[in-house]
Design a protein. Structure first.
Length: 408
């Protein structure tokens, strides 16, 4: 509920209520169209939601219809919450939740047997169970110990070993059904997010380099422009964090998933190698250092002075070429071939620009140490960027699968 409230508050901030509602409706429409068009995060959420609902319905049918249990509550409840984003997390949380439910059922039944009063039993058991809910071994499932105690005592049934065993059995049934549905019906394999985040990181790196190049060519860039570049570089760092998170999810999603089921449901099997993450992490670091150097050079209160004249035009062109290379890498990651570019980032072009920039560096040497130091630092950072962007990493497209896809 907190997340929903925060989302609504952010949506309403700075907007009139009617405009906020329209914006939310439009966002829902975009998500629905994306889910309809093809595979993606939106369709994954639809599939997971339908699987959770189906698991709860199956558990209710088994416990309430086939077994004739008039209080068949635990089984569908547990099955519903155990259809998680990965099979591994479903199994892990099933164990944690089952342990918490057993603890709650036993504590509630014991206190009811001793006190013979439901209210007193709640007063005695809930504080202890809420403290147990914070135990790290329970993870996020510890709260189910307290809620189970509430359900047990609120049902008003007499305390007996059979009643306790019945509730624990219901929880076990729901856990088995929830995990089975998640593992056997369209098992969630999160490999697509790694490729999408890598491509987005490459594309946004190219966009930032193009923006810097355009501002440098206008020769009117200042501290405000440099601050904008620094903000864009910070967004690259957040994109890199998202990539690391997606990589972690992809590894977890491959655990406890059956190879034949992946093939049967045509789950994605190719994922870029971890070396790509490391390479674009270095690219992000180089871009951050470059924008920081430009920000320092643009600060009138600092000693370094920005380069000027034709050498600045050459440097802007160099950044433009590196940005083009980043865009080409982004297209490669999503399976698009690079188109013909009249100013393609070839080795010959790079060598020519490097030679002319070296000449400009020698010319700047006669103008003082400050502009020479700045230009030399910028040139080294651009060379590092070029080397990283143009490094070909063995990828899963042609070679098949990375080592990650072969995990059990």
């Amino acid at each position: 509920m907190t997340a929903v409230t925060h989302t609504l508050r952010e949506a309403l901030r700075g907007r009139r209520p009617v405009a906020a509602v329209r914006w939310e409706v439009a966002a829902v429409g975009r998500s629905a169209r994306a889910a309809w068009r093809g595979p993606g995060r939106e369709r994954d959420l639809v599939v997971q939601s339908l699987k959770a609902a189906g698991a709860a319905l199956i558990a209710w049918t088994v416990a309430g219809v086939w077994l004739g249990d008039p209080m068949a509550l635990m089984a569908p409840w547990v099955a519903l919450v155990l259809v998680q984003a990965t099979v591994y997390s479903s199994v892990r949380q099933a164990g944690q939740q089952f342990s918490a439910i057993c603890a709650g059922a036993l504590a509630a039944s014991a206190t009811q047997a001793v006190t013979e009063d439901h209210t007193v039993a709640l007063a005695l058991s809930l504080p202890v169970l809420m403290l147990m809910a914070n135990w790290s071994r329970f993870g996020r499932q510890g709260i189910y110990a307290a809620t189970t105690a509430v359900f047990v005592l609120a049902s008003g049934t007499a305390v007996s070993a059979a009643a306790v065993g019945h509730r624990v059995g219901q929880a076990a049934l729901g856990a088995v059904i929830g995990v089975a549905v998640n593992a056997l019906v369209l098992p969630p394999i999160h490999l697509r997010d790694v490729r999408e985040n890598l491509a987005a990181l490459a594309r946004e790196s190219g966009d930032l380099l193009h923006s810097v190049a355009a501002d440098l060519r206008e020769t009117q860039w200042d501290a405000q422009s440099a601050a904008g570049w620094s903000n864009d570089a910070a967004r690259l760092r957040r994109r890199l964090d998202a990539l690391y998170s997606a990589r972690s999810w992809s590894r977890e999603s491959l655990r406890l998933t059956s190879g034949p089921l992946r093939w049967l449901y045509r789950a994605p099997t190719g994922v870029p190698p971890v070396a790509e993450d490391q390479r674009w992490s270095r690219v992000t670091g180089n871009i951050t250092a470059l924008t920081r150097t430009l920000a320092v050079a643009a600060d009138e209160r600092r000693t370094p002075a920005p380069p000027e004249g034709p050498v600045l035009e050459l440097y802007a062109r160099l950044l433009r070429l590196i940005g083009d290379a980043c865009h080409a890498q982004a297209g490669r990651l999503v399976g698009r071939r690079a188109g013909d570019d009249p100013e393609s980032a070839t080795e010959g072009t790079m060598e020519e620009l490097h030679r002319r920039l070296q000449e400009g560096l020698r010319d700047h040497a006669g103008q003082g140490a400050a502009p020479t130091a700045v230009l030399g630092g910028l040139l080294l950072q651009a060379e590092d960027l070029w080397a990283e962007v143009m490094t070909e990493v063995g990828e899963a497209d042609g070679a098949g699968k990375s080592a990650e896809t072969s995990e059990p």
